[in-house]
Design a protein around this ligand. Sequence first.
Ligand code: 23J
Ligand code: MN
Length: 261
Amino acid sequence: MSTVTVLSLLVEEMRNGRIKVVDLTQPLGPDTPVIGLPPIFAPSPGFSLSEISRYNDKGPGWYWNTITLGEHTGTHFDAPVHWVTGKDLSNNTLDTIPAARFIGPACVIDVTKETAVSEDFLLTREAVMAWEGTHGKIPPGAWVLLRTDWSKRLSAEKFLNVKDDGPHSPGFHKDCSHFLAYERDVLGVGVETVGTDAGQAGKFDPPFPNHGIMHGAGKFGLASLRNLDQLPATGAVVIASPLKIVDGSGSPLRVLALAPA
Ligand code: 23J
Ligand code: MN
């Protein structure tokens, strides 16, 4: 089939509803949960909006706002430069990553049974290989999405799940991150939790291993995704295109998936 035919077919199938667009994005507002780090580290501000004008004396015919937020707020993209392991790589910032690397096939790994019984569940390399036994090998350039149903925790308190010993939420075992980056050449990983490392990962050896390994390999992260339960294990295409912030380490974005309806 010619490329023109494929694109016409895409447009047609989206129009007739056989391909649906799944919005994998959280609403972005003042209540959007933000990661809490130990108080020795600088915090990242959440989202706020301040009005420039709203059909008034400051602008009679128009409404617009100023936004203030940390780059890593809500549903957001992590670039390789975000982590010290990725600081010297080429094309490691938002403005230098080639746009083709924002789009890839989704491999959705459902671990909702495991996370229902353990808030600290870590995906292992062996579990990914078992998933591949059922669904096929993760292709190069895939987005690997960890479905935990964590996004169904709608209050910030339950979502961040901070206990006396810090936050508890699922993530990746370091061997798994290494496997996905180096043996599968993924674009990156996406999670429903506030960050791409497990809640307790600040105490792992090394700390925050998924960030260190993925970004050191030039791979990306997507955090605070939603609606992964609307995607098939394979067959969807994810478009995760961050703002082109010069020297940016990450940005909120609208993550979209095209999937069979
Ligand atoms: C800074 C330090 C630790 C973490 C993070 C940021 C994130 O999760 C992030 O948004 O990249 S774990
Ligand atoms: Mn981030």
